[in-house]
Design a protein around this ligand. Structure first.
Ligand SMILES: C[S@@+](CC[C@H](N)C(=O)[O-])C[C@H]1O[C@@H](n2cnc3c(N)ncnc32)[C@H](O)[C@@H]1O
Ligand code: SF4
Length: 381
């Protein structure tokens, strides 16, 4: 049996947040039913190609999966259960937005063995939440969190953002302390990125958005690291922190370059040696009704050198870095054969740390991780 993970995309939101460029719509509710029919067909059709695989993790993300009704959630979870061999210990996560969760929805997902919920809080400050375009207040988030706990959800992630417009270090510190008090198992923490095509991008270009400068943004990042580490959250990936043993397996699949299938609009896959994504036009998606080969685009065969590159720049996002023995086991060659000089140079610049077992980013390396990681591209000519 080979290991496989599934990502299921739900591209609907109650309203679009001002910073978000994820593939999601706030004005297509009439298409939800047809979308789910097409999605369930795609789920079914993929099962033909995944014989001999066992599902180790499932991530239902978006968008806002918790916007769906109990019946809609059940139909997706039922299709997955019916057509796949799911490991009894599989990690099954669903993303949820405060204000869209009900007792019935939580009971529904628990019935289908969903065992992890990722809730987007983003900020504990109601004025900031409003500016971000979030649909909820802190108080509504707290109600959703309590409902999840009281209904028996034992593994919760909270998404937090920092470097928000006008945010001070003190405000961020208070956000972190508030979240720690809730004792979630996992915290994802992202510095705000101004994405093209968003309202924030327009405001930024018009000089109407006052963001912390780069130095403060980095100070904020290390404040997050220090406070969460002091409170027993291990910083295990550039943006992710977890209590012992609660690291997100599904995300680790991406960083360790394991196989996964993305089902739904615009979802990406890495399967059978190919990377590809699904089309992102919702009308076409519905019309193609789960026909896998017609949905695929940007198909790229991942040859050995590309795979090695990906392994390095995805793996180095993990704070433990890449394990030299694991590299050897995977390709039967030493990492030095490809990267001796690069590792030596970056180690001398104190951007990487190397010992007999592994190579990892230093704190200085994390601060400019994009630049460091770009050094791992191989010359394939
Ligand atoms: C798939 S998204 C959305 C999940 C869910 N719909 C929500 O909003 O709570 C996952 C996370 O990415 C982060 N995110 C989205 N856009 C971002 C941006 N422009 N800059 C930084 N983080 C962002 C947010 O923390 C968000 O919760
Ligand atoms: S951040 Fe989440 S809720 Fe907001 S628009 Fe993006 S996907 Fe939807």
């Amino acid at each position: 049996m080979k290991d496989l993970s599934l990502y299921i995309h739900i591209p609907f939101c109650k309203s679009k947040c001002n910073y978000c460029d994820f593939l999601s719509f706030d004005n297509e509710d009439k298409k939800i039913e047809n979308y789910i029919n097409a999605l369930n067909n795609e789920i079914k059709n993929y099962s033909e190609l995944t014989k001999g695989y066992q599902i180790k993790s499932i991530f239902i993300g978006g968008g806002t999966p918790s916007i769906l009704s109990c019946n809609q959630l059940s139909s997706i979870l039922l299709a997955i259960k019916k057509y796949y061999d799911i490991d009894k210990n599989a990690e099954i996560t669903i993303e949820a937005n405060p204000g869209t969760l009900t007792l019935e929805k939580i009971e529904t997902i628990l019935r289908y063995n969903v065992n992890r919920v990722s809730v987007g809080l983003q900020s504990c400050n109601n004025i900031a939440l409003k500016k971000l375009g979030r649909i909820h207040t802190l108080e509504e988030f707290l109600l959703s969190y309590e409902l999840l706990r009281n209904t028996g959800v034992k593994n919760i992630n909270i998404d937090l953002m920092f470097a928000l417009p006008n945010q001070t270090i003190k405000e961020l510190e208070s956000d972190l302390n508030n979240i720690i008090k809730l004792n979630p198992e996992h915290i994802s923490c992202y510095g705000l990125i101004i994405e093209e095509g968003t309202l924030f991008n327009k405001l930024y270009n018009d000089n109407k958005l006052f963001l912390p400068n780069e130095e403060i943004e980095r100070d904020m990042y290390w404040l997050v690291h220090n406070i969460l580490e002091e409170n027993y959250y291990k910083h295990y990936e550039i943006s992710n922190f977890a209590k012992k043993g609660k690291e997100c397996y599904h995300n680790t699949v991406y960083w360790k370059e394991f196989e996964y299938i993305g089902i739904g609009l615009g979802a990406s896959s890495y399967f059978n040696g190919y990377r590809y994504k699904n089309i992102s036009d919702i009308n076409n998606y519905i019309q193609l009704n789960g026909e896998i080969n017609l949905l695929k685009e940007d198909i790229q065969k991942i040859d050995k050198l590309t795979s090695i590159e990906e392994y390095m720049f995805l793996g180095l996002r993990l704070l433990d870095g890449i394990n030299k023995q694991e590299f050897n086991d995977r390709w039967g060659e030493e990492v030095d054969l490809y990267y001796k000089e690069v590792i030596k140079e970056l180690t001398q610049k104190k951007l990487l740390y190397e010992d007999a077992y592994r190579v990892k980013l230093t704190e200085k390396g994390i601060d400019i991780s994009n630049v460091v990681l770009s050094n791992f591209l191989l010359d394939k000519s």
